[in-house]
Design a protein around this ligand. Structure first.
Ligand SMILES: Cc1ncc(COP(=O)(O)O)c(C=O)c1O
Length: 425
């Protein structure tokens, strides 16, 4: 167990870019009953039991749908709620700007390269509208996009005569790279793919995709909705033109929090379509015509106006919680749980697994169909089961399938219980 003092000390250890830790969490944070310590090198089930205690998921509910929305641990809840209370009592702005540096530590980039949004979709819209594209240009997407990475491009295409070309992703990393190579034409200007697909949890080889895009001189925009908090990220290594994600899924942060990484080299390429307070370096409307001294020199040029500081402080607490356990340990654990389930379902004759068999393309989510039952029937029956298993239906791309996602508050026992419940249908 880690008490509040140790927890705050640990924030220093993880070197959150030299930010004074006292500003990270409100004083009432001491109300948090317990926090797990950092994961040991070989975490036992009793360590993960302790981690589970940091959440207050309804007893009797087996939540296997983190890919839609993650529950926040008590520390995040407390940081958020107490900031709401303090802002309403002292009428201070509440702070929260430090979150850019906390997120940068997580993404291995600079705080000045982080823009804050409210969800993934907002960030994808910033990229889709800000890129210099013209009539006839082509954008490559998969047939497995979430609406959040489909509609922004389709919408821009409608306005400016662009073409959205799609491909059904191959089941292997190399297969996807080969597909991109054969789809590329002189008109291709953008490739935008998920880091992990929302449909079947396919892990895309984004490092290679971004490197490939560079050789072709096209933009690489990664939909990382399932990246932050699930996968260890390193923007220096991946080097995308934009990596867009959120706080409310795998990072277990407050709902309605998003952010994206945009490298300095792209600041003058992706134009800020919306602007307001803090996006500029100065303007003058006492003269006519009005003058403008340029956009902010950081990724702040893409976000503007009054924001909810409680959500930002809650997001910082979520990063701190994630760093406390250890991003590597989190990824290993959630991939392991998913792998346990994959292996179990592969033995069940009535189940058709639709996630890639290639291990390098698997993640912490998987997709399947029941060979005899409709997907909606299966989801409803699992919810009605005494184990109350909540999973996601996947009507997207005509898949009519089901998705299970596993996070650190899940256990091997829950995975086994889920498999048995499915077997009993
Ligand atoms: C792959 C993917 N992209 C984008 C989104 C949209 O995310 P948000 O609700 O944060 O805009 C989701 C949401 O589930 C998703 O799974």
């Amino acid at each position: 167990m880690t008490d509040r003092r140790d927890f705050i000390k640990s924030l220093g250890i993880i070197s959150l870019s030299g930010i004074p830790t006292a500003s990270l969490l409100p004083a009432s944070f001491s109300a948090i009953p317990s926090l797990p310590g950092p994961a040991p090198s070989q975490p036992t089930e009793s360590y993960w039991d302790l981690v589970r205690e940091a959440f207050h998921i309804e007893p009797g509910l087996c939540y296997l749908n983190n890919g839609t929305m993650g529950p926040s641990p008590l520390s995040v809840e407390e940081a958020t709620i107490s900031t709401i209370k303090s802002v309403n009592s002292n009428l201070g702005y509440g702070g929260g700007e430090e979150v850019r540096n906390h997120l940068a530590a997580l993404m291995c980039c600079k705080g000045s390269e982080i823009s804050l949004t409210h969800n993934t979709t907002e960030g994808i819209n910033v990229a889709a509208w800000g890129l210099p594209l013209k009539k006839g240009d082509e954008i490559l997407l998969t047939t497995h996009e979430h609406v959040g990475n489909a509609m922004p491009w389709i919408n821009r295409a409608q306005h400016h005569g662009l073409t959205v070309r799609t491909f059904q992703p191959a089941a292997t990393a190399q297969g996807i790279l080969d597909q991109l190579d054969s789809l590329y034409t002189k008109k291709t200007r953008v490739v935008s793919v998920p880091h992990v697909s929302c449909t079947i949890g396919q892990l895309f080889p984004i490092d290679q995709i971004c490197a490939w895009a560079k050789t072709k001189g096209i933009f690489s925009i990664i939909d990382g909705a399932h990246g932050a908090g699930a996968l260890t990220l390193d923007m220096n290594r991946t080097d995308p033109d934009c990596y867009i994600t959120c706080g409310h899924k795998w990072l277990l942060g407050p709902k309605g929090t998003g952010f994206f990484y945009v490298p300095e080299r792209m600041f003058d390429v992706i134009k800020p379509v919306f602007a307001g307070a803090y996006t500029d370096r100065g303007y003058d409307i006492t003269v006519s015509p009005a003058t403008f001294e340029g956009y902010a020199t950081t990724a702040h040029r893409y976000d503007y106006g009054t924001q909810n500081s409680a959500l930002r402080i809650g997001l910082s607490a979520a990063v701190a919680f994630h760093q406390l356990i250890g991003p590597g340990a989190v990824q290993e654990r959630i991939f392991h749980l998913n792998h346990l389930l994959y292996t179990r379902l592969a033995q069940m004759g009535q189940i058709e697994l639709i996630s890639p068999a290639e291990e390098a393309s698997q993640s912490m989510m998987l997709g399947f169909r029941h060979k005899k039952l409709d997907y909606a029937q299966v989801a409803a029956a699992l919810m009605k089961h005494p184990g109350r298993y909540r999973i996601r239906q996947v009507p997207e791309s005509g898949l009519n399938s089901l998705r299970v996602s596993t996070h650190i508050y899940n256990s091997p026992a829950q995975i086994e219980g889920f498999a048995e419940a499915l077997n009993s249908l």
